[in-house]
Design a protein around this ligand. Structure first.
Ligand code: AHR
Length: 305
């Protein structure tokens, strides 16, 4: 191809800039904001035209966004599904239009043939890791308050089931309170306040298992306001590994976090490229992270803030 007398090399189909729609859940947590920024930056780095849509936590907004991406004839779709159910119809529509859909971070209960792949961590493993660490830390004896994520989300369902499956092996570990704080800091604080009131000012609670760091950060505020010491009077374990939780850990206010990798754009775009070239793609591209403890918290905070 030539433009104004300059000869350009012929581009292969795979090297042409792709247009990709991205239906994001919203911005409920620090992790979610990092994930959005990381995916946008990766798209820019690759010269992808990313059409971004923020669903403000509503599935109906996500379904509308997907239909609009399909109507625009995008080359691929990234979907971070707010809840697990109710996607069959719109996934079939994308399928019919031959547009590959990559699930980002959360899963759906639809037939896997309806999407190209899922780029996500194993939430059950995260819940199981949190429970195993807590069992070791408390010698298998602990009354636990659980702050659940968004009701109906795969992240909340699977983290709970992974955690429950491990504590079921310990007769003296039980969940005494469990409620959703919607993955937000405000939600975590409000629910924790009600748990503390209901449980003798918190004296009956040995530990908090928060499905994400933001809710743990809200719980820390509630525990302090109740006159107790977070991490000492009440042990806290959560998931995400956002900078603020490392700061809290370095300050001695929380005990453990499990990393959820927010850099999911690279593998998702690679999967769409591979499918365009007719290559096969694994149905689940896993991205699990380790558990962090206070010994490295200050260093991790400096690296990530
Ligand atoms: O789906 C992943 C969860 O969603 C993250 O743990 C949480 O912070 C987010 O909002």
């Amino acid at each position: 191809a030539a433009v104004a007398g300059i000869t350009l090399p012929l581009l292969s189909v795979s090297a042409l800039a792709l247009t990709i729609g991205f239906s994001q859940i919203g911005s409920e947590s620090g992790w979610r904001t990092s994930e959005t920024e990381s995916i946008k930056a990766e798209a820019q780095r690759r010269g992808i035209d990313l059409k971004f849509s923020d669903a403000q936590q509503k599935q109906e907004n996500q379904i509308k966004a997907l239909r609009s991406f399909i109507a625009q004839g995008v080359d691929g779709i990234l979907l971070a599904p707010v809840v697990e159910t109710g996607w069959d119809q719109v996934l079939k529509e994308a399928n019919r239009a031959k547009i590959p859909v990559v699930l980002i971070d959360r899963g759906v209960d639809s037939d896997p043939s309806l999407y190209l792949t899922k780029v996500a961590s194993d939430f059950k493993e995260e819940g199981a890791l949190a429970a195993s660490w807590l069992a070791a830390r408390t010698n298998g004896k602990c009354d636990i308050a659980e702050l659940q994520g968004t009701v109906g989300s795969s992240a909340a369902i699977d983290r709970k089931s992974g955690f429950d499956s491990v504590i079921s092996n310990f007769p003296n570990m039980k969940i005494i309170r469990s409620q959703s704080g919607d993955f937000t800091r405000a939600g975590g604080k409000e629910v924790m306040e009600s748990f503390l009131k209901a449980e003798n000012g918190g004296k009956n609670i040995c530990a908090v298992f928060a499905h994400n760091d933001d809710m743990a950060l809200g719980a820390i505020l509630a525990i302090k306001e109740a006159g107790l010491k977070p991490s000492k009077d009440i042990i806290i374990v959560s998931i995400d590994a956002v900078p603020d939780i490392f700061k809290a850990m370095a300050d001695g206010e929380t005990n453990a976090t499990i990393e959820l990798n927010p850099h999911l754009g690279g593998p998702a775009f690679d999967a769409i490229n591979a499918s365009k070239k007719g290559e096969s793609v694994d149905k689940w591209i896993k991205a699990n992270g380790p558990l962090y403890l206070p010994d490295t918290a200050a260093e991790e905070y400096q690296k990530r803030k």
